[in-house]
Design a protein around this ligand. Structure first.
Ligand code: HEC
Ligand code: HEC
Length: 300
């Protein structure tokens, strides 16, 4: 009996040794990924300064940025956990990043997911923004340059040991977008603006609908563990019965034609609802042009 106990104790000890070793190895690898420097030199694009472009830029920002960087773009605490760490979406006004950011720096952050100091940005969804056209990125930058300073500062991201381990095993999905973006790829063009599936395809891409509704849009899951499932947006889901008008109304009010209230904490309907009517109709046209798929099975 004593012998057996000694044996199992020994084996458990060896297992523990390897488990701790593996965790340290994972955390270390994660830290190396976070500390890697990306030398990315975006090609210079034209930044307009006319009021129509600035207004168009404000529109893009209200759909694509305020959810994380805050209504006034002075930043928000995106993630805060005593066990895992803190990540803030920082202040973009001249009270923060805007003070030192050049036109190229904005583009580097937006379409490459790389900060001014060449480190890869966490969470910032550049994997979607990389598809934006030079014209639309120019509009966004033209607007960001008009922001008035709001004094508010945020700590740089702090990730703890456990967070690094989880990040390394992929629990947070594609959190460092700079790793997967092809930084040498030429910029994209945008299709002609109209209520067409082609233009809708562009909007669905840059708005990141697939992050939460799945690669085929037939249901998916935000990496945020608290988030409910993103429903099936293909014709296999409930959208065909809504019609384009019903879809537009849902994005404006947060209530579906079936009377279901959409949780704005997990589905950014308020922000998406800032798109103009022709843009929302384009998104709907694109969704309805997808193959009719059964709802994907998502393991939570
Ligand atoms: C899903 C949340 C999210 C959205 C949406 C988002 N960002 Fe970010 N962004 C972040 C986070 C988080 C960081 C900080 C990452 C870090 O420091 O590693 C960040 C960082 C940045 C930075 C770098 C700032 C600095 O201090 O160096 C810029 C610039 C930026 N975002 C601009 C934008 C713009 C413009 C948009 C809209 C087109 C946008 N972001 C949309 C989450 C988001
Ligand atoms: C951050 C994750 C996230 C993003 C990005 C996102 N969604 Fe959602 N969406 C959700 C979640 C989660 C729900 C379910 C909310 C609930 O149950 O209250 C939802 C619900 C919906 C619904 C209601 C569907 C139904 O059958 O009730 C529609 C329509 C929708 N989203 C469209 C879109 C479109 C179009 C985009 C891109 C322009 C988009 N969503 C981007 C997470 C997201």
């Amino acid at each position: 009996m004593k012998k057996i106990l000694k044996w199992t104790g020994g084996i458990l000890g060896i297992l523990l040794f390897f488990a701790v070793g593996t965790a340290f190895y994972l955390s270390n690898t994660a830290q190396n990924r976070l500390a890697k420097k990306y030398e990315v030199q975006p090609k210079s694009i034209q930044i307009p300064s006319d009021s129509a472009s600035i207004e168009a830029g404000q529109k893009w920002v209200s759909v694509l940025c305020t959810n994380c960087h805050g209504e006034n773009l002075a930043g928000t605490k995106f993630f805060d956990s005593p066990d895992l760490g803190t990540i803030s979406a920082p202040n973009l006004t001249p009270g923060g990043a805007g003070k030192n950011y050049t036109d190229l720096d904005w583009d580097r952050a937006l379409r490459h997911g790389v900060a001014k100091d060449n480190r890869p940005l966490l969470i910032m969804p550049s994997k979607d923004f990389q598809y934006m056209s030079d014209e639309h990125v120019g509009q966004i930058i033209s607007y960001l340059k008009t922001l008035r300073p709001v004094e508010q500062s945020w700590e740089p991201p702090k990730t703890k040991f456990l967070c690094n381990v989880l990040f390394q095993v992929g629990a947070f999905g594609d959190a460092l977008n700079a790793e997967t973006i092809d930084h040498a790829k030429p910029a994209h063009y945008a299709p002609q603006r109209a209520a067409t599936a082609e233009y809708g395809k562009y909007l669905v891409k840059v708005s990141g609908c697939r992050t939460c509704h799945g690669p085929q849009l037939n249901g998916g899951k935000d990496p945020n563990p608290e988030a409910p499932m993103g429903p099936n947006l293909s014709p296999g889901g409930s959208l065909p019965s809504w019609g384009a008008e019903g879809f537009v109304k849902t994005m404006r009010t947060g209530v579906t034609p079936l009377g279901k209230e959409i949780n704005g904490k997990f589905m950014p309907w308020k922000e998406i609802g800032h798109y103009d009517e022709d843009q929302l109709k384009a998104i709907y046209a694109y969704l309805m042009a997808q193959p009719s798929l059964a709802t994907a099975e998502i393991k939570n």
